[in-house]
Design a protein around this ligand. Structure first.
Ligand SMILES: Cc1ncc(COP(=O)(O)O)c(C=O)c1O
Length: 352
């Protein structure tokens, strides 16, 4: 046994990755433990996950469990692009700003970032960079990558997603969805996971798990099997990109748990509700810059207040220049967290 080194009552709003692991997920890991199972994804839990994913996303869906979200994005983009391929994304996209250049260096793609007011692309915005088709001097726009819910806490409607996919497909491009917070997006829209992905024309999905109470478990889900050039295309790319887990049963067991009995919906609905509650609690104290559509809250706070407040409740400054900060809620955010935080914010604002 090890000694507990952290204070389990210390909480914050920095990231939905700061949370712990859902009890149901720890239980799933324990259930999958014991005895021997084939390695590298030939175990019974990974097989069962494959079946579950076909039920959830549609008959054509294939799942490739991976370790982290950057890895899921790298594998997804690698699967979808030729060596001369380019990827259109929002400038605020995680693949553009938060992955240390991994998509460029590992997937070998050129990113074509586009400024957006709210993290959401539109067909018109895509057209500002998706051109030069057939011209050997231009990296060829091969993929449209969108994020749901977005890095700015906004949520694409189903019609917006369908219009984007249709547009990308007409241009001969494939559609990748970074779904690190897919569950929050689906919960906000009140729709199923298939409705917000397969049904609106997404070809490949990076399915987030860690932010929702899993432990180092994410996945690439190929929704259109025509993306795969051969029976082992997905497996080869995942291994090449260093995302093949040998003891995959423990990653798969977690994904099985979150995709079963609507566990994802419970956590994501709660996280979204907590973000709305947080906005209501701070609206009279600070300027809220984006109405929360999912589980993120953005507000402008004087830097001195931010500095003092961060000592009590960790959170990130989103924009140093404007003082905009980001507060993330998660499946484990409590009403008491919000009341405590709002009170601390009021007190620090009062001190100036
Ligand atoms: C939109 C988005 N995509 C992907 C990721 C996954 O990143 P990581 O490699 O840290 O798991 C994150 C995590 O912050 C994210 O916010």
């Amino acid at each position: 046994m090890i000694e507990r080194l952290h204070d389990p009552n210390f909480r914050g709003f920095a990231s939905d990755n700061y949370s712990g692991v859902l009890p149901e997920v720890l239980e799933a890991i324990a259930t999958a433990n014991g005895g021997h199972q084939k390695a590298y994804g030939e175990d019974v839990y990974t097989v069962a996950l494959g079946e579950r994913v076909r039920q959830v996303f549609g008959e054509g869906a294939r799942i490739y469990p991976v370790f982290n979200g950057t890895g899921a994005n790298v594998v997804s983009l690698d699967l979808l692009t030729p060596r001369w391929g380019a990827v259109v994304c929002a400038r605020s996209a995680h693949i553009n700003v938060d992955e240390c250049g991994a998509p460029e260096k590992i997937s070998g793609v050129k990113l074509l970032p586009v400024d957006t007011p709210d993290g959401k692309l539109t067909p018109e915005l895509v057209d500002t960079v998706a051109w030069g088709f057939g011209d050997e001097h231009h990296a060829q726009p091969a993929v449209l990558s969108i994020t749901q819910s977005t890095e700015l806490g906004t949520v694409y409607t189903l019609d917006e997603l369908a219009a984007l996919s249709e547009h990308a497909h007409k241009l001969g491009m494939r559609v990748h969805l970074d779904g690190a917070r897919l569950f929050n997006g689906a919960a906000a829209l009140g729709c199923s996971l298939a409705e917000v992905t397969t049904a609106v024309g997404v070809d490949v999905l990076s399915l987030g798990g860690t932010k929702h109470g899993l432990m180092g478990a994410e996945a690439v889900v190929v929704l259109d099997p025509d993306v795969l050039a051969g029976p082992k295309h997905g497996e080869f790319v995942r291994k090449l990109d260093a995302q093949l887990s040998s003891k995959m049963r423990f990653v798969s067991a977690q994904l099985l748990a979150i995709l079963g009995d609507d566990l994802w919906k419970r956590g994501a609905t709660h996280a979204n509700a907590m973000a709305r509650r947080l906005v209501d609690a701070v609206r009279d104290t600070v300027e809220v810059t984006q109405e929360p559509q999912a589980n993120a809250v953005f507000a402008v706070v004087p830097p001195t207040v931010t500095e003092r407040l961060q000592r009590q409740y960790p959170f990130y400054v989103w924009d140093e220049a404007t003082g905009e900060v980001r507060w993330m809620c998660g499946f484990d955010t409590t009403e008491a967290d919000i009341e405590g935080f709002a009170a601390a914010l009021r007190e620090e604002m009062g001190r100036g």
